[in-house]
Design a protein around this ligand. Structure first.
Ligand code: ZN
Length: 149
């Protein structure tokens, strides 16, 4: 498990230990459930979208450190953004963790760049991507369900 230690950077540890926006939203108008059976990660993403802007976001679920930290960082990244901006972040994040030629743009990704280290660990990529796929499903419909399989 030595390679995993390299992935667990400070920001990931912090967000796993103290996840931000880790709660259900009572007034959510978009939700989706995500499931990563390979690792056992489960997440529900709640969004309150008004006038095309993500006014509030929350998540519930249980999973490994990577999926929890990714969900937490995702919530801090998309809150206050337009749905179009959130979709662009999804694309940038996805490219960063799956595309060996993609270079993480620190300006676009901010702290999300901490997850660049999961590239090359396909099982961990699924963990890091799960919250984003779930967000994407929530934005695409009033309620949705995704799985990494
Ligand atoms: Zn996981």
């Amino acid at each position: 498990m030595a390679e995993l230690r390299d992935l667990y950077q400070q920001v990931i540890l912090d967000h796993n230990k103290n996840p931000r926006h880790h709660h259900r939203l009572g007034d959510a108008n978009h939700t989706a459930e995500g499931n990563n059976p390979l690792c056992g990660d489960r997440i529900t993403v709640f969004l309150k979208v008004e006038d095309g802007v993500i006014r509030d976001v929350g998540f519930e679920g249980s999973g490994c450190a990577i999926s929890t930290a990714s969900a937490s960082l995702m919530t801090t990244a998309v809150i206050g953004k337009t749905t179009a901006e959130a979709a662009r972040l999804f694309d940038a994040f996805h490219a960063m963790v799956v595309d060996p030629d993609a270079r993480a743009d620190p300006k676009t990704l901010g702290k999300l760049a901490a997850f660049a280290g999961v590239r090359g660990f396909p099982a961990r990529v699924k963990c890091a991507n799960l919250p984003w796929h779930t967000l994407h499903a929530a934005l695409a419909a009033d309620s949705g369900r995704v799985t990494t399989e």
